[in-house]
Design a protein around this ligand. Structure first.
Ligand code: IMP
Length: 466
């Protein structure tokens, strides 16, 4: 019995689709466990680029059953459009299974998301405006519509009769917008149900049967830990739980059924939307990362904010996800930078801290304390083994691993499957005993300056970096 969770350790867009792609051969089911069409997975397969928002990337492999779990919010319009595009490109979409308990993003959710962001005029969350937050809010207020309701005409009408008048009151009286017509919404929802009937099932039973039969199930998170509703930079977060714990609730498995948690990160940081980002670079180095890394959102096309890797939230993410090993993506993008930095702590109101602050206000005032590594010029895209990497890039990976406290198993130097370096086979769990954690923390603290430092950043040479 084996379930592997693939989770983002930053603000999303870490390249989780590529990790799934690498593991696909050994997997029978790929389960999306949260989020909705706010996500974007880019998978490059045999020279073809697939951009998926809702359908799990497992759909591209004929032996895999792609599952949309109960923790996902589904916009049926997006799902049907994505299935149609995949089918046009010869991908078999008949295998897609969608949880009957997954909540539906109704048209009024999308309108409400847009209206509340517009109302906050620049002070909003910077959502993807896909109706994600309002759909999850209805789930929590017990006024949501679930995928199973689309197959139950009487039940559906009762759900809509309860929800729509309230939504209309808000749309009209708070936002000054037009109300939705209940009958038209009902007809649209029934039509979705008819088209998706074969796909809507009890996915918990499906996943549990697969595990009981000894199949390997992969649970694929969307977004990342720093956008998690509980663990992220609240309120600048999404409205679900991308952390590995979300794989249990939203994927229909128990914690002891997970045997590996693969944490995915980029060799630098990116963030889309509003919210604090202590290591953000707004100068030529930020432009280097945006341009070389093609850092534009898959879903909204927005330019991503870019900056150095931040080991402070990374350590937090490794702990709350119980990450067993990591995949570092886009190492090749750092080529050409004279120096590469990693944030190892913050100075907040004159105090040095190495722990992820709970309050967004603290984070907004945090000045990063950096460790500086030598950069490298070499193009890494052709590297296939560790020996192919320049020693500065190796030192960066070693330093990163020591700062993070979890093993880096895989390194990616390009979007294609072959552009991957296996650094270590061992999926060891290093967040083990409290003693080990303390030792790892002492190592990190040992790198922090003991006295307040002059200037805004401190630099130290990486071990082995000369
Ligand atoms: P929402 O999920 O559309 O409500 O947006 C909430 C926040 O999460 C915003 O800052 C979005 O930019 C961010 N976000 C949502 N999905 C993604 C994603 O797939 N990648 C990166 N950021 C995302």
């Amino acid at each position: 019995m084996a379930a592997t969770v693939v989770v983002g350790l930053q603000w999303g867009d870490e390249g989780k689709g590529k990790t799934t792609d690498l593991l696909a051969e050994s997997v029978s089911h790929v389960v999306r466990y949260q989020g909705g069409d706010n996500a974007g997975h880019t998978v490059v397969l045999a020279d073809e680029v697939f951009k998926l928002h809702l359908v799990p990337s497992g759909v591209l492999y004929p032996h895999i059953t792609p599952v949309v779990g109960s923790g996902v919010v589904v916009n049926p319009e997006t799902l049907l459009a994505e299935m149609a595009t995949l089918a046009e490109r010869g991908v078999d979409t008949a295998r897609i299974r969608v949880s009957d308990a997954a909540h539906v993003i109704m048209p009024y959710h999308v309108t409400l998301d847009r209206a509340s962001e517009a109302r906050l005029a620049g002070g909003g969350i910077g959502t993807t405006q896909r109706g994600i937050g309002p759909a999850y809010a209805d789930r929590a207020s017990r006024t949501g519509v679930r995928m199973g309701d689309l197959l139950d005409p009487d039940g559906l009408r009762a759900r809509l009769e309860r929800a729509v008048p309230e939504k209309n009151a808000i749309l009209v009286h708070v936002h000054g917008l037009e109300p939705f017509d209940l009958d038209a919404l009902y007809d649209q929802a029934i039509a979705w149900g008819e088209r998706l009937r074969e796909h809507i099932v009890d996915t918990v039973g499906l996943v549990q049967r697969a595990l009981a039969e000894g199949d390997h199930v992969l649970l694929e998170g969307a977004q990342g830990t720093l956008l998690d509703l509980d663990h992220g930079t609240y309120p600048y977060v999404t409205s679900s739980n991308p952390v590995a714990g979300g794989a249990c609730t939203g994927g229909g498995i128990g914690p002891l059924q997970v045997d590996q948690v693969i944490g995915v990160l980029k060799a630098y940081s990116t963030r889309v939307g509003s919210g604090p980002f202590p290591t953000e670079l707004t100068d030529h180095r930020g432009r280097h990362l945006v341009e070389k890394g093609h850092e534009f959102g898959t879903t909204t096309g927005r330019r991503r904010r870019c900056g150095w890797l931040d080991a402070v939230p990374l350590r937090y993410a490794i702990a709350v996800n119980s990450v067993s090993s990591m995949m570092v993506n886009k190492l090749d993008i750092l080529s050409g930078l004279p120096e590469v930095q990693v944030c190892v702590g913050y100075r907040i109101d004159g105090r040095i801290v190495d722990e992820w602050p709970v309050r967004a206000g603290d984070l907004a005032r945090a000045e990063p304390v950096y460790e500086t590594f030598h950069g490298w010029e070499a193009d890494l895209r052709g590297a296939r083994r560790l020996q192919d990497l320049p020693h500065e890039a190796l030192a960066y990976l070693d330093g990163l691993e020591a700062l993070a406290g979890a093993p880096i198993a895989l390194v990616s130097v390009g979007p294609e499957r072959t552009q991957t370096i296996v650094r270590s086979e061992q999926p060891a769990r290093t967040i083990g005993t409290a003693g080990e954690q303390d030792a790892s923390k002492r190592r990190l603290l040992g790198r922090l300056p003991r006295r307040p430092i002059a200037g805004s950043v401190a630099t130290a040479r990486a071990p082995g970096a000369g």
